[in-house]
Design a protein around this ligand. Structure first.
Ligand SMILES: [Zn+2]
Length: 279
């Protein structure tokens, strides 16, 4: 979400508050009767809102991606505690308004904390990449069980292993695969020549993999080992793959290729991608 969007939302919330102030008693009574919705959710992002509140974007298992306001979440004593951290796994209660895009968050209970990853700068960088990508590719209010499970699995593995290399590579690969943007891994998209043992090439400007002959300037290689790792990712669960030192280069190559295809698809640079280099 860029600054302009945040400002628009802030203005809308202000308008909403003004409106709330002028509501008649009957309207307030109706509002109180609105039933709260409840869903298991993953917190994607939060932004400070005004003096005391937080804007929260979450992916609900039953609701899809939703944005809402957690009133009072910035006060020192607040009822949300540490539930609103990036990628926290929570149970969330909120009230929806038909005509407004922001819901009102009433309560959030922590189901699973990724405290170690959230509080470590290097590890939290990995979580931030997952959060940014999810925020960009998931349409609002669209349930996505596979993405929900993927995000949770990746966050759990960052927390468990204390290393984002393999989880992030797996997450990026599967995001591309679930999005339907995965190119053929065995032959050139331009001339159809099989790669065999040779490296394939990619960049963020096109969707496919290219052979040595068709590669364009600036393209980066995806070696056979990285393509083999992709095959393992496609068939094995992340938490059953043991990360060995020898996989480091392949995991990195595959992650970089997948991030480039994501950038190609969303037509913008991922802001968190650069941070990976320094984390
Ligand atoms: Zn070719």
């Amino acid at each position: 979400m860029d600054a302009r969007v945040v400002i628009t939302i802030v203005l809308r919330v202000r308008a909403l508050r003004t409106e709330c102030g002028s509501w008649s008693g009957a309207a307030s009574a109706r509002r109180l009767l609105m039933p709260a919705r409840e869903t298991e959710a993953i917190i994607l992002k939060t932004f400070p809102l005004g003096e005391a509140d937080r804007l929260v974007s979450f992916l609900g298992r039953a609701s899809g991606r939703v944005r809402g306001v957690a009133a009072g979440a910035r006060r020192i004593k607040n009822r949300y505690g540490s539930t609103l951290e990036v990628l926290s796994h929570v149970q969330i209660w909120y009230v929806e308004k038909e005509t407004r895009e922001l819901v009102r968050i009433q309560q959030a209970d922590l189901l699973e904390s990724f405290h170690k990853a959230q509080s470590d700068y290097g590890l939290s960088t990995g979580l931030a990449v997952i959060s940014e990508i999810s925020e960009l590719i998931l349409p609002e209010h669209e349930v996505s069980e596979p993405m929900f499970r993927l995000i949770l699995l990746a966050a759990r593995e960052v927390e468990r292993t204390g290393d984002w290399s393999l989880p992030l590579s797996y997450f990026a690969f599967w995001t591309v695969r679930l999005g339907g943007w995965l190119p053929r891994f065995d032959r050139c998209v331009a001339c159809d020549a099989p790669f065999g043992q040779h490296p394939a090439f990619y960049d963020a400007h096109q969707a496919g993999l290219f052979c040595e002959k068709c590669r364009r300037p600036g393209m980066k290689p995806l070696h056979l080992e990285a393509r083999n790792l992709a095959e393992r990712f496609a068939g094995e669960r992340l938490d059953r793959i043991a990360y060995e030192k020898s996989m480091q280069a392949s995991a990195r190559e595959l992650r970089e290729a997948a991030l480039s295809w994501i950038e190609h698809h969303v037509e913008r640079r991922l802001m968190t991608r650069e941070l990976l280099e320094s984390a």
